[in-house]
Design a protein around this ligand. Structure first.
Ligand code: SDX
Length: 429
């Protein structure tokens, strides 16, 4: 049964259709609003605006639900691999054994990076942030691989090439920033093992794989693989709507993710926890500062635009911290501080009233520290995880008959018409 909302404006009554999603989330279709009423909507930050219809990821912020192509993220974290989850997000279903085998071979075959790219990496200042390097180098892929991206086959080839090369580029930027020999991908290693080997293998000390570390990386990337219309995915869709090549659209997503309010929060959380640790571990002071409206300090890793309860990914990440540190027989004082901080915050009226709970970034840095990833590469790790989601969302937008170049309107609040004043007649302020 079709549903409508009625809008009464200046003596006229308008009926606007209501769109109903698979899980009964509803939206007012305003495609004809300006044409029929002269009105636009006003929604800074798009908190109440649906930019598209999508069948990739479903989130329920009130119930803490997250599903990729209908499969709960908890089941994928338990049973899947990052490669298989990437295939699921991009192709819309789980692969057969033969399809997964072929996908693995393609990822390995295209994991090398053009040798001339090494010159680029070597000429970034040593203190460059790895996210700036990665977003620049992903954009540069277009120069090295200028093939068309029009047919399904060309697009799938470009997609596989990007998924294959992004971890090589990330590891290469790390090795070069340390002045170490670059380690090349090996055809005999799976996706996550290859990345760990490229990051940590050295000519004098071969990297030793630990099963729990490899599994923690798989799950870390599965948990980050997509998250519907978040800031960086919106950047990919908006930049892609101009019909630019995929590399440029993904590079824009990486730039958006870098911010401390978004993917950069995982680095900001560990820096916050380290500050608390260094200043004696007074986590209660951090909670009080976060509540003080006159203090710009925020509890990093807390709060979310959609989740108004515990982020389901944070629950898995928190357990992974305990399991991984125990398997490695490691202790991390930052984990103890994080748990104390969470305990105080989630029982504090301010956080309860504002629906502020741990998000994916609150515990993820502890996992990355245990794996041995340097703090300034935490957001790069998020970007590698989110890449299949960005690609899936970009492909869906390219195939969406309703998708047009993104061009929002505005409410103008500047001066009414005025005129040019010759220099001689201008008065200072
Ligand atoms: C990610 O969108 C996604 O899906 C993102 C992501 C993904 O997978 O792609 O989940 C990944 O980006 C997770 C979020 C990582 N960022 C952080 O942890 C940074 C800290 N959190 C925030 O700055 C904030 O909670 C946001 C950015 C996450 C959400 O911002 P909103 O929805 O715009 O909320 P807001 O800034 O308007 O805050 C609403 C209220 C305000 O108080 P009032 O003025 O209404 O009284 O809540 C307060 C804020 O001051 N608030 C916080 C807080 N977050 C919100 N107060 C203290 N500490 C915080 N962390």
């Amino acid at each position: 049964m079709d549903e409508y909302v009625t809008l009464n404006y200046k003596g006229e009554t308008y009926r606007l259709p209501v769109i109903i999603g698979t899980e009964n989330e509803c939206g007012i279709d305003i495609l004809a609003l300006r044409r029929d009423t002269g009105l636009i909507t006003f929604d800074p930050g798009f908190a109440n605006t649906g930019a598209c219809k999508s069948s990739i990821t479903y989130m329920d912020g009130e119930k803490g639900i997250l599903r990729y192509r209908g499969i709960p993220v908890e089941e994928l974290a338990e049973h899947s691999t990052f490669k298989e989850t990437s295939y699921l997000l991009i192709n819309g279903r789980l692969p057969t054994a033969e399809e997964l085998r072929h996908f693995s071979i393609m990822l390995n075959d295209h994991s090398l990076v053009h040798e001339d790219m090494k010159t680029f990496f070597q000429n970034f200042p040593r203190a460059s942030h790895p996210m700036g390097i990665l977003s620049a180098m992903v954009n540069a892929l277009r120069s090295f691989y200028p093939e068309l991206q029009t047919t399904e086959e060309e697009i799938n080839f470009t997609v596989t090439r990007l998924l294959a090369k992004v971890r090589t580029m990330a590891a290469m930027s790390y090795k070069i920033s340390r002045g170490h020999t670059v380690v090349y991908p090996r055809p005999d290693l799976a996706y996550c093992e290859n990345f760990l080997n490229m990051m940590f293998n050295t000519p004098v000390k071969p990297y030793e794989f630990v099963r729990e570390v490899v599994r923690a990386l798989e799950v870390f990337w599965i948990l980050h693989a997509d998250h519907e219309q978040n800031c960086s995915t919106t950047a990919v869709r908006v930049v892609g709507s101009g019909r630019v090549n995929l590399y440029a659209a993904i590079s824009a997503g990486m730039s958006a993710l870098w911010g401390p309010l978004h993917g950069g929060a995982n680095q900001a959380v560990v820096e916050m926890l380290s500050d608390i640790y260094r200043s004696g571990g007074d986590y209660r002071k951090a909670v009080e500062r976060a509540k003080d409206k006159d203090d710009p300090f925020r509890l990093m890793g807390f709060g979310h635009r959609v989740y108004k309860t515990y982020d389901p990914r944070a629950k898995i990440m928190k357990k992974m911290c305990d399991d991984l540190l125990s398997a490695l027989k490691l202790k991390d004082p930052l984990l103890d501080i994080a748990k104390e901080l969470e305990e105080v915050a989630v029982n504090d009226a301010y956080f309860i009233d504002h629906n502020l709970y741990p998000n994916v970034d609150f515990y993820s840095g502890i996992v990355l520290r245990a794996i041995g990833i340097p703090t300034n590469m935490f957001t790069v790790m998020f970007a590698i995880g989110r890449l299949p989601g960005w690609i899936a969302q970009w492909k869906e937008s390219m195939d969406d008959p309703q998708w047009r170049i993104s061009r929002p309107r505005q409410i103008y609040t500047g001066p009414s018409e005025t005129h040019y004043v010759p220099m001689a007649k201008r008065k200072g302020i």
